[in-house]
Design a protein. Structure first.
Length: 146
């Protein structure tokens, strides 16, 4: 496989890795299992049990598992054949997928910020309209200039 094809595989394969890792560690559909893992990561008696459950709640950590699964399914190797190409591909896939998740998270924050700003502006406009209506009622039906 040429280097260009390997790089294309890397950037394409990182998309489903990021999607799976993000969905399991952030989205509502997996809230209950995630909350269970969070509780276990805080309350387990042994440190290795706490670390295991923590790995299931952190998108960066979990992306290592997802990357390994996708590498096993696809047989993708990067730069070198055999296990060395598997290791290089694994870390590169984790890095690229986490870049995708960072961009996605930033986009979600920007959208949320925009929604909040719109809501504040709408509330401000509603308050102004109520004040104008109240002023018009007090002036005997005549509207006051703004």
């Amino acid at each position: 496989m040429s280097l260009g094809t390997q790089i294309a595989w890397l950037f394409v394969l990182a998309i489903p890795v990021a999607c799976v890792a993000w969905t399991i560690t952030h989205e509502e559909v997996f809230r209950e299992p995630r909350e269970f893992c969070v509780r276990r990561s805080e309350r387990c008696r042994h440190w290795y049990q706490r670390k295991f459950f923590y790995l299931l709640t952190c998108e960066y950590c979990f992306s290592h598992y997802v990357s390994a699964a996708f590498l096993a399914i696809t047989g993708y190797r990067l730069l070198l054949p055999g296990w060395r190409g598997f290791v290089i591909a694994g870390f590169a896939l984790v890095w690229v997928s986490n870049q995708y998740m960072s961009v996605f998270n930033r986009l979600r924050l920007d959208i949320k910020d925009e929604r909040i700003n719109i809501q504040v502006k709408e509330e401000h406009l509603d308050d102004e309209a109520e004040e104008r209506n109240g002023a018009a009622d007090e002036s005997g039906g005549r509207s006051l200039p703004p």
